[in-house]
Design a protein around this ligand. Sequence first.
Ligand code: GTP
Ligand code: MG
Length: 423
Amino acid sequence: MNLPLLLEPPAIRLATELLPQHTTALARLARLSCCSAVPVVTVVGKFNHGKSRLLNELSACDAFAVADRRQTTQLAEITAGNIQWLDAPGLDADTLGEDDALARHACHVAADLRLFVHSAKEGELDHAERALLQALAREHADCGRPVFIVLSQIDQMADADALARIQALLASQLPGLPVFPVSSVRHAKGVQDGKRLLVEASGIPALQAAIAAACAQIEPLRTREFDGLRTRLGAALQDIVDQRRAAVQQLDAELATARQAFITGLDAVLLKAADEVAVLQPVPDDAPADLPSSQFSSGRSLRSKIITGHLLASAKINLSLSSYLGAHGVHALPPDPSRAPTTMDTVLVAVLGISVKFLDDLRRLFCSNEGPERLRREFLHYFDVSQERVQRLQQRALPQRELERASDAQSGLASLPAPGSLQ
Ligand SMILES: Nc1nc2c(ncn2[C@@H]2O[C@H](COP(=O)(O)OP(=O)(O)OP(=O)(O)O)[C@@H](O)[C@H]2O)c(=O)[nH]1
Ligand SMILES: [Mg+2]
């Protein structure tokens, strides 16, 4: 049997992209949402510790291959006694290949009840076993999914004391998980020879009774696990929503502050320009500039002085406005394919140039109510569409998008069908 190809609900796919560290928990949640009524019991543990043989005894079918070497390398399953029994490939600390992925899927995603098998004759758990068992124990503590420790091959122990020692060791290493000492060999022999006491002494009936009790509770167990997982994963998505919302709010605040600072500074520049224009004198009509200087020297020089004053004021205003705009990232008009690139200087000269010759225009532009209002509106628009500003808005789009995706995933998880509702 290979990994089952289940169609994942879109919310699970989305949540997995956002929470890759919770891929297995999300796969389990999806599985719980559409699982069949039959409870799934999986054996896991190191190879050669007697998992397949134990399943043969528990299921009363000789369906699983047993050998004195690394045997099970694919998932094997049968349904017997209204239980789906899954035989996972033995874990091997030395190989982290596909077998381990299959074993992990079988015990973390597919199983309702996990039997962690450890051969009593091996003594203490090794590092890989401890890590696996701790992961299983965490899942049990978080969401109530049961884990039984099965101490297998107890007939191989020298005496009862040796068995008691290893049992006590396991209980101290993993308090809270039930430990079942069993011997599949004794059980098989007891059944074959009709020896009830040997069957009892094999520990298998006690394990079967505990499995049956857990399976009788499968619906509330699955519901509890489903609710627990959904709450935990929903909280992880909420963290993303909160973080991205804070990032978006921070960027919004920065954008608003920068815009307000631009407006305030621009108003100051426009006010200063208004002051410059306010003191300019009108060009006198009675002193034409083109008459010979000998006759009208005083009038001509006054007129040209006034015009020069207008030009200077205009150039000064132009300079202060363009350097203010440049300092705020408004260097050019936004690109428009229909016309040649337009720099801000060109615009300023165009806007202010017309007015240079006519003081009335200059005054309308800077000293009226509407003129500065129009300039403010136009320059603010150029500020809003300037390259730097647009780039900052794009930076905001990324957390905003993630925020929306996390909210979508949250509502998707909230509307997943509960276990049993699709049967
Ligand atoms: N003495 C004794 N031998 C056992 C017992 N259970 C299993 N064995 C033997 O241990 C060896 C391995 O058993 P398997 O059930 O194939 O072990 P496994 O854990 O499934 O191994 P992999 O499939 O390789 O992961 C076989 O030779 C079994 O006959 C037991 O309770 N007592
Ligand atoms: Mg096996």
